[in-house]
Design a protein around this ligand. Structure first.
Ligand code: GRF
Length: 211
């Protein structure tokens, strides 16, 4: 049976678009947002992808929101749950429930710059290389086993927006790649690290675009 996946968004949804347009070996069962005004919802609806909103503001506690979100996700019995610009921290119970099938994209080369405003933090630190990371989600924030990373240069005169755009272009390449590997059954976790089976090698888990 074909595998299916669910995408969680909070806003624009450009990573969601990249995932859906990548024609992954599986079906996008739903796009779920925690904000009713998430712009990505309209894009998904226009393409016939089922959407749902679990509005975090309607719940009294983080745990109650997490539980409602989990119920909405489980309706689709997904093989894979993809956080794509999903801006809520998920609690331990939620993360444990989806352990091993929950991926996130983070706009930095983890473990550098966890959290928010990563591009501003990279510029402030004057690093010469920045990028993005696809990783499994574990209870510790921005910390799980790394599937793939893409590195980009930080160029003289870069603004936060310049750097964000350069990184985002790479996010749209590596996130579908990681999801494809997962849906093809090529990703395992061995001793807390990602093991890639088949043609995928360690080298393919690092993307360094040529200038
Ligand atoms: C991306 O940079 C993602 O890595 C970060 O938030 C941004 C979301 O963008 N977590 P989009 O909604 O996918 O366009």
């Amino acid at each position: 049976m074909a595998k299916n996946y669910v995408i969680l968004i909070s806003g624009r949804g450009s990573n969601m678009q990249a995932l859906i347009e990548a024609k992954l070996p599986g079906r996008c069962a739903a796009v779920i947002a925690n904000r009713p005004d998430a712009a990505g919802l309209a894009w998904a609806q226009a393409r016939g992808v089922p959407t749902a909103v679990v509005d975090h503001k309607a719940y009294e506690s983080r745990d109650a929101f997490d539980a409602a979100l989990a119920v909405e996700i489980e309706r689709h019995a997904p093989d894979l749950v993809l956080l794509a610009g999903f801006m809520r921290v998920l609690g331990q119970d939620f993360v444990t429930r989806f352990d091993g099938r929950l991926l996130n994209i983070h706009p930095s080369l983890l473990p550098a710059f966890p959290g928010l405003r990563t591009h501003a933090a990279a510029l402030a630190a004057d690093v010469k290389i920045h990028g993005c990371t696809v990783h499994f989600v574990t209870p510790a924030l921005d910390c799980g086993p790394i599937v793939i990373q893409a590195a980009v240069p930080v160029l003289p005169g870069d603004t936060e927006a310049d750097l964000a755009a350069r990184v985002l272009a790479q996010e749209h390449i590596v996130y579908p790649q990681a999801a494809r590997w997962f849906l093809e059954g090529r990703i395992g976790i061995v001793d807390g690290r990602v093991a890639l089976a088949g043609a995928a090698t360690a080298a393919t888990a690092l993307r360094v675009p040529q200038a």
